[in-house]
Design a protein around this ligand. Sequence first.
Ligand code: ZN
Length: 392
Amino acid sequence: MRFFTVLLVVAIIASAALAAPAKNQKVAKTTTHCSSWYKVKADDTCWAISLKAKISLPTFMSYNSKLNCSLLQLGEQVCIAIAPGPTPTSLAPTKKPTSSWGCTKLHTVTDQDTCWSISQAAKLSLDTFMSYNPLLNCNFLDAGVSVCIAEGPGGVAPPPIPIYSCSESGYFAITFDDGPYKYTSALIDFLVKNNLKVTFFINGQNFGNIYDYAAPLKKAYDAGMQIAHHTWSHAVNIHSCLLSGIINDFSLDILIYRISRLLTSLSFVSKLPSWKRLLGKFSVSFRPPYGAYTPDNLRIIGEMGYKVIVWDVDSEDWLVENFAKEQANYKSALKGTSPKNSGHISLQHDPHPISAQQLAPWAVKYVHSLGYKITTVADCLGDHNPKDWYRP
Ligand SMILES: [Zn+2]
C-alpha cells in the first residue's frame, strides 16, 4: 500500500534488440572448442540467449568474443557451451595490485545503454567491465546510475550501484519491509523455529514503533537474521528528505555523518536514538522507501557507507493484498530461472497479515522447492560474516 511508483527504475534487457540482418556480420564461430551451438531466433538478445543457456552473460560473451550483440542475425549460430580444454582467450579481469587501486572513470547510464554497449564504448571486455562493477545486475540497469569503466592507481570507490539480486547463485534472500508491526513477532517466531534467516528492512515509526517491538527484533538479530535500514518514517522519499532536511532517522543519519566528520568524535553518535540504541550498531544495508533514488542520493548514501538494496522478485503484497495474486507474482517473477545461475532478492511487507501469515510460509516452501537456499541479503552478496553486516 505504500508504493505508488518506483522512480528511476528502468529495467533494460542487457542487450540490444534483434537488429535487421547486416552484411558482413561475422557468424560467431570464434571459439574452436564449442560443443553446443544455438540458432538465434526472433527477439533474441545476448542476455536472453545466455539465460536460456543457463550461463552468465560474461561467460556467453567469452564463448563468442567477436559477436556484436547489437547486430544479432536471425538464424545465426552462437556458441552456448564449450568442450573441455583450453579456456577461451581474453577477458581476464584486471589485477588490483595496490591499496590505492580504484575507479578512475565513471559512466552515467542512459536509457539506451546495456552492459554490453557500455563495455564496447569503453573498449573493455564485458568480463572486465563486470569485474569493475561486481554487484551490477545487467537486467536492471538504471538510467542516471554511475558505473565504473576504468580502474587504476589513485582511483576511488564508485557510488553504490543499486543491488537487485544476489551475487551468488543458488541463494534467495526473502526480505520484509515497513515493519515492525503486530504480525512481526509471530513471523519471527516461525522463522526462528524453522531456522530460517531473512532480512528485515525496518522503519523507526511506520505501522508500529521499533521500540515497541525491540524484543522480537532482537530475537531475530540474535538468531542471525539481518536487520537493515529503511528510514525512520517512510513518509518522505529520500530525495525530498535530503532536500528539505525533514528530520527523520535517515536525515538524522546524514547529519550524524556530516557532524562526525567535522567533530571526528563518534561518541556523539552513540547518544542518538533508534538503530544504534536498538542493536548497538548501524546497518550497512539500506533500502530506500519505494525503491526510489536519484544519482545524488546514491552518492550521499555511498558516502555514508551504505549498500543500496532493491529487489528482483516483487510479491506486490503491498498492492494486491490477495494471497493467490501474491503467489502468482512470485511464480511469475521466478519463471524460467534456475538456482544454477541466479540468486534473487524478494520483497514482502510484514505489516500486512496475509504476507506475514500466509505468503511467508508458502514462499519458504516454494523457494526451497525450486532448489534455492534461503539466506539474508548480505550473505547472498558474499558477506558471510554477520559482523560485516553492521558498523559501529
Ligand atoms: Zn517500504
